[in-house]
Ligand binder design. Structure first.
Ligand code: SF4
Length: 113
């Protein structure tokens, strides 16, 4: 039996890297609930979805060298209320994910906050 040792970007050595998952935070809500400790904020007017998607894509591209070659097993949209973003904005974001199979076997589930 052989043990594969992989080094994480932080330098921690693991027997095997865990499945790679992507979390996308959309921080706006219709209003801020008084009991909520999430990083969420009341949307005042239109949410700046285009600028935010551009910032998320830039952040993704910055992080890619640390995970290059690894398969993304899941993508979770949280918030906030991700459904405040238009389908076009979510499509623009998903289209930025690398990989030839990003649209295969995909299913979207919206969970209200
Ligand atoms: S994340 Fe959910 S609980 Fe928190 S303010 Fe938004 S809607 Fe309310």
């Amino acid at each position: 039996m052989s043990v594969v040792v992989a080094a994480s970007p932080s330098g921690v050595r693991l027997a095997q890297l865990p499945p790679l998952a992507l979390y996308v935070h959309i921080p706006w809500c219709v209003k801020k609930c008084p009991y909520c400790d999430f990083n969420s904020h009341q949307a005042r007017g239109d949410v700046p979805e285009r600028a935010y998607v551009e910032a998320l894509v830039a952040d993704l591209e910055f992080a890619l060298p640390d995970v290059w070659g690894r398969r993304v097993h899941s993508v979770f949209f949280g918030g906030g209320t991700p459904s405040l973003f238009s389908a076009d904005a979510i499509e623009a974001l998903i289209s930025a994910f690398p990989g030839p199979s990003r649209r295969k076997n995909s299913a979207a589930t919206a969970k209200p906050a």
